[in-house]
Design a protein around this ligand. Structure first.
Ligand SMILES: Cc1ncc(CN)c(N)n1
Length: 229
């Protein structure tokens, strides 16, 4: 895997640029920005994303366990609380607005794409250390912040009431979410700068795999809205 001169989060992206673009500029994302995404595609995504977030919260719980000092403990615990108290709370409210109640969410079967992605992240964290886990989680946290920034910069993106997906865009472009992603990016830049080339290359493989699993997650949503399928 090729390595850019600047060894940090950006070097991870450069190591799998076509996968990263396939993720950040996926048709699901574009259609969401335009407001043309099929509502069933979005509903399917919302349902599976609830299950995703449950495992994502578990992954931050694992980060608490893998922490080795007070700073790491505090940072992992803050991330866990942000998922459970903020992102999941908003997600449940948001699902309700789309006609998906908490009872339905509690009984959902997990799609294969959800199982594949979430268990990949948990396994990367279980067999590795805190950095392996953060790298596996990076497409999720930093990726959504990048997607929101990319979306709001596109001329095709419709903002405000004219877009049924405005609340999704506002959540991920919010200063709180962007700041959390920046904290994560700074932490990762600092850690990655200290890694030996072989270790960096192994981390880059994890990052690329997690990015590809995010692509599959969008595609799963898009397929659910395909009336001809
Ligand atoms: C699949 C997925 N990836 C990322 C995020 C942003 N936490 C999310 N909610 N869902």
């Amino acid at each position: 895997m090729s390595r850019s001169n600047e060894v940090g989060f950006d070097a991870l992206v450069q190591g799998c640029l076509s996968d990263w673009r396939a993720y950040c500029q996926h048709d699901f994302v574009r259609q969401l920005g335009e407001g043309t995404l099929h509502p069933e595609a979005f509903r399917h995504y919302l349902r599976q994303d609830y299950l995703f977030l449950v495992h994502f919260a578990r992954a931050w719980g694992l980060a608490v366990y893998k922490s080795r000092d007070m700073n790491e403990l505090r940072q992992s615990l803050d991330s866990l609380k942000a998922i459970v108290d903020l992102e999941m709370g908003l997600h449940i409210e948001y699902c309700a607005q789309w006609g998906i109640g908490e009872q339905e969410l509690a009984q959902l079967p997990e799609a294969r794409e959800t199982v594949a992605y979430t268990r990949y992240v948990l396994d990367a964290g279980n067999r590795g250390d805190l950095l392996d886990l953060h790298v596996a989680l990076a497409p999720c946290l930093i990726g959504y912040a990048e997607i929101a920034k990319w979306l709001v910069a596109q001329s095709f993106t419709v903002r405000g009431d004219a877009n049924p997906y405005e609340a999704w865009i506002s959540m991920y472009i919010s200063p709180e979410f962007q700041a959390a992603a920046q904290v994560e990016r700074d932490w990762m830049d600092q850690k990655l700068a200290k890694q030996a080339p072989e270790r960096f290359d192994a981390l880059a493989v994890t990052f690329r795999e997690a990015t590809r699993l995010e692509v599959d997650f969008w595609q799963m949503g898009l397929n659910a809205g395909d009336v001809n399928a």
